[in-house]
Design a protein around this ligand. Structure first.
Ligand SMILES: [Zn+2]
Length: 60
């Protein structure tokens, strides 16, 4: 099944959660949108969890 759904490439900085779009740019912050596949939570990315834990939840 083919999917054209894209995700804001800057969502971790600009939003509290991934912002998906069918266009080329994020509808909320106008950052480039990138293909959502492979998924942002790639199980082979063993450092992803560390990055997410290390990143504070607040803005900036
Ligand atoms: Zn965005």
């Amino acid at each position: 099944m083919h999917s054209d759904i894209r995700v804001c490439s800057n969502w971790e900085h600009a939003h509290e959660r991934p912002v998906y779009t069918l266009g080329d740019r994020c509808p909320k912050c106008d950052a480039p949108a990138e293909n959502s596949a492979p998924p942002p939570f790639d199980p082979t990315d063993r450092y992803g969890e560390y990055r997410r834990r290390a990143r504070p939840d607040g803005p900036d």
